[in-house]
Design a protein around this ligand. Structure first.
Ligand SMILES: [Zn+2]
Length: 269
């Protein structure tokens, strides 16, 4: 399993990598195995390490049930944006979302999971296209859809094409709603910009992890625009739940059980 927390300090000190890890927040040294068993949440301070798409899938879906779809679509530097081609090549993964079919508690779903590790989970043409194709697969198979978001927003290197993905993904979700198939949206830290302003907030049920940053623009920009001080906890999941933007904040260790309950409700009705 790929680890998203710092491990360089162990390499520097000549300690074996992969056995120990360090919490990004409280600097606690943890056994990698314990950390993974605790769903990559620090037992000391409760910090949620950011997960890559594959790790997230492993935590949510039934073992060996995930079948990836459209894995090989990758971005093209159509605006000749400086350094963009290099960034895509260097990352080693195709883009900021992994999509596929899977089972959760025995219920078939189409699932799309974003990866903040790929260019800040930014949404460009590939993310939009893969999400839409995933939704189309769900329409064809009459499956409900789960999308796990983690994104800094639209991908500037693809200009207006990135912004277009907001409308494109929202339109696909409208078709899903017409067919009375559910969309369960899981918002993780951070879900911002064009992703928050499109599909991430369009769930029939919007779930988030604790203390996740969720919003469109950053707090400083908002404060400068409205010339008011923002309330405490603004743009974090608990605040959004209290104000009706998020339906439920769920701890990572309970996420799968909650999803099974929701899927049971939608499939067995
Ligand atoms: Zn910690």
């Amino acid at each position: 399993m790929e680890v998203t927390v710092k491990k360089n300090i162990f390499e520097k000190k000549g300690l074996p990598v992969g056995i120990w890890t360090k919490c990004m927040k409280c600097d606690n040294i943890l056994l990698q195995k314990d950390f993974e068993e605790n769903f990559m949440v620090c037992p000391g301070c409760g910090y949620y390490a950011r997960l890559g798409a594959r790790e997230r899938i492993e935590f949510i879906v039934d073992k060996r049930s995930f079948k990836e779809i459209n894995a090989h679509i990758s971005s093209v530097n159509f605006l000749d944006f400086p350094e963009y081609s290099n960034k895509i090549e260097k990352s080693g993964i195709n883009d900021a979302v992994v999509t596929g079919e899977a089972k959760v508690g025995g219920y078939s779903v189409v699932i799309a999971v974003m990866d903040f590790g790929f260019m800040g989970g930014s949404m460009g043409s590939v993310v939009g296209e893969k999400i839409v194709r995933a939704i189309e697969r769900a329409l064809k198979k009459k499956y409900h859809v789960i999308i796990v978001s983690a994104s800094g927003g639209a991908r500037m290197q693809e200009g207006i094409i990135s912004l277009m993905q907001m409308g494109k993904t929202s339109a696909a979700l409208a078709k899903l709603a017409d067919r009375r198939l559910a969309f369960i949206s899981i918002l993780t830290d951070p879900t911002t910009g064009g992703v928050a302003a499109s599909y991430a907030m369009l769930g029939d049920i919007n779930i988030s992890e604790p203390k996740a940053l969720i919003g469109f623009a950053g707090p400083r920009v908002i404060e400068q625009t409205i010339r008011q001080q923002l309330p405490e906890g603004f743009q974090f999941s608990e605040f959004l739940e209290k104000h009706g933007m998020i339906d439920i904040v769920v701890e990572r260790k309970n996420m799968k059980d909650i999803l099974i309950k929701i899927l049971k409700f939608f499939y067995d009705r």
